[in-house]
Design a binder for this molecule. Sequence first.
Ligand code: NAD
Length: 268
Amino acid sequence: MTELLSPQPAPIGELLDLSGRTALVTGGAMGIGLGIVHRLHEAGANIVIADIAEAAADKAAQELSDTTRVRTVAADVSKAEDAETMVRTAVDAFGALDIMVNNAGIYRGSAFLETSLDLAQRTLDVNLLGVMLCSQAAARQMIVQGRGGRIVNVNSVEGVNPSVLGLAHYGASKHAVAGLIKTMALELAPHGISVNNVCPGGVRTPGLAPLLDEDAIVELEKRIPKGRIAVPDDIARVVLFLSSDLASYMTGTQVVVDGGQTLRGCAV
Ligand code: NAD
């Protein structure tokens, strides 16, 4: 009878427990990625922080409570060989990879008519092809292991609808990831691998600072029904949920985490 209520009868604590699992977080040295690192580590997972900013990744690792469960790797997600290296780092250190969090992303503002090919190309390379390459490397490893896995991508509300002007190239990259996961989810489901996107609205991070000053944040907060811009942990909690057994029946979805911001409609 309990099976009818739950395919996996287990106390809530067990469903959230990631002990013995290994998570790789790209862009985990700061911002949203760092918040995710902290929550997954707290839930018991072994952590690999893969980041282009090597010193910041090492510093982030040292600040975790159990450094025996953490490794760092210097990597650029847009390079196929780096994607392989980060997965190998996880397997060499912890014997497996169970959770791949594609968080690394770039978002330099530029009006559509002024956007250079170089900026658009780099944005697509990191935000779209980075997700593809890292997911391919991770999924191949998960399939060899034969015990399923989770891929969670930090996408954006810009992958749903534009919320600010001057990010057409970025929005295109995030819309592309929204499309990418649909077929990924279908092709990987037979292997027990789930693929989901989290779509934050504005989040206070080092990356956002050059784009929005404090005055602009105050203005933005007037448009957010929840009354404040997010902090990384608002997003990390949802990534933890999607990485855990609580979300075992979800795949191919985009979960918007924006304090209700997108309810206000399109870009202003
Ligand atoms: P951030 O700039 O504060 O941090 C990004 C991290 O990714 C840094 O540690 C950086 O070194 C690393 N990184 C950048 N390029 C990389 C690469 N090619 N390879 C490996 N690592 C790389 O950014 P953030 O605000 O924390 O954003 C993280 C993710 O969240 C991005 O995908 C971004 O698009 C998305 N997002 C952010 C916001 C926001 O308001 N901050 C909103 C929606 C979505």
